[in-house]
Design a protein around this ligand. Structure first.
Ligand SMILES: NC(=O)c1ccc[n+]([C@@H]2O[C@H](COP(=O)([O-])OP(=O)(O)OC[C@H]3O[C@@H](n4cnc5c(N)ncnc54)[C@H](OP(=O)(O)O)[C@@H]3O)[C@@H](O)[C@H]2O)c1
Length: 253
C-alpha cells in the first residue's frame, strides 16, 4: 500500500524577488551578511566598499549584480556612484566606518570631524542622492548604536551623534516620503570591526556578554541582517529607530 502524498503548502516566494538592494560598506560584517540574506531572498545586490580585493571576494561570494570600490565619505564619488546606477533601486543599507571616541585630553578634532562626516553627513548625502533612484515604498537604512546612550568619560561625541541619528531619520522620512527611512541601533555586534577594536580582549568580551545579557547570547551580523530584511519588507515602517542589542543597554546603562 502506498502512503498518501501531500502538496507542500509551506513554499513561498522569495521576499525581495525582482528588487534591488545597494549595500554601502558591504564587503564585511553587517553589510556583507545583509547582502547574503537579501540575495537569498531574491534581490539583486550592489555592494560597495573601499578595499577593491575584499569587495571583489564579497561580491563573488554573495552573487552580487555588481560592486563598486570607493570611499563613501568622498561625497563627489558617492554622487557619481548614484548617478551611474543604470536601474532604479529599492533599498539602500549604509554601514561603513566605525565610531570615534576619546577622552578630552586625547581628543583629535580632525578624527572627530571625519566621524561627523561619516555618521551624520553621509546619511544626508545618501538621502540626497538616493531620492531620485529609490522606488516608492523602498527604504534607506542607517546603522546607529545603543552604547552611546549612556554617559561616560570619552563618549561626548559618540553620545551626541547617537542622539542625533533618530532625529535625522525622522526628518528624512518626512522629506523623502514615500521612500521610507529607518535606523537600526545596535549594541555589540560580533563583526570584524568589533574584533579590530577589542583585539585580544574579544573572547573575554563575548564571554561577559553571554553571562550578562538578558538574551544570554552574543548578537551577530545575521541578527542585524534579519532586522534589515524585515525593515525592507514591511512598508508600514518609516522614521523609526529599532534597537537590537540583546538587552545590553538594560544591563550596561
Ligand atoms: N559591530 C558593532 O558592534 C557595531 C555596533 C553599533 C554600530 N555599528 C556600526 O555599524 C557599521 C558597520 O559595522 P561593522 O561591524 O559591520 O563593520 P565592519 O565589520 O568593519 O564592516 C564595515 C564595512 O564597511 C566598509 N567601509 C568602511 N569604511 C568605509 C568607507 N569610508 N566607505 C565605504 N565603505 C566603507 C568596510 O570595507 P572597507 O574597509 O574595505 O571600506 C566593510 O565592508 C559601522 O558604522 C559601525 O559603527 C557597529
Amino acid at each position: 500500500m502506498s502512503s498518501p502524498t501531500f502538496a507542500n503548502t509551506n513554499r513561498r516566494e522569495p521576499a525581495l524577488l525582482g528588487q534591488t538592494v545597494v549595500v554601502i560598506g558591504g564587503s564585511l560584517g553587517i553589510g556583507l551578511e545583509t547582502g547574503r540574506l537579501v540575495r537569498a531572498e531574491g534581490a539583486n545586490v550592489i555592494l560597495t566598499g573601499r578595499d577593491a580585493g575584499r569587495l571583489e571576494n564579497a561580491a563573488r561570494e554573495v552573487g552580487a549584480m555588481s560592486s563598486v570600490a570607493f570611499d563613501a565619505t568622498d561625497f563627489d564619488r558617492l554622487g557619481k556612484f548614484f548617478d551611474e546606477l543604470s536601474t532604479p533601486i529599492d533599498h539602500v543599507l549604509v554601514t561603513g566606518p566605525g565610531p570615534y571616541y576619546a577622552p578630552l585630553p586625547e581628543f583629535d578634532v580632525d578624527k572627530a570631524r571625519a566621524d561627523v562626516e561619516a555618521h551624520l553627513l553621509l546619511p544626508l548625502q545618501v538621502a540626497r542622492n538616493a531620492a531620485s533612484k529609490v522606488r516608492p515604498g523602498g527604504t534607506l537604512l542607517f546603522i546607529g548604536g545603543t552604547g552611546g546612550r549612556r554617559t561616560a568619560v570619552g563618549l561626548a561625541l559618540i553620545s551626541a551623534l547617537t542622539a542625533a541619528k533618530p532625529a535625522l531619520v525622522k526628518n528624512l522620512a518626512l522629506e523623502l516620503a514615500p521612500i521610507r527611512v529607518n535606523l537600526i541601533a545596535a549594541g555589540f555586534v560580533d563583526t570584524p570591526l568589533s574584533a579590530a577594536i577589542l583585539g585580544d580582549q574579544l573572547d573575554a568580551r563575548r564571554e561577559r556578554l553571554r553571562a550578562t545579557l538578558p538574551t544570554r547570547r552574543v548578537v551577530g551580523p545575521a541578527d542585524i541582517a534579519a532586522l534589515a530584511l524585515h525593515l525592507m519588507k514591511n512598508t508600514a515602517i518609516t522614521g523609526a529607530t529599532y534597537d537590537i542589542d540583546g538587552g545590553q543597554q538594560l544591563v550596561e546603562g
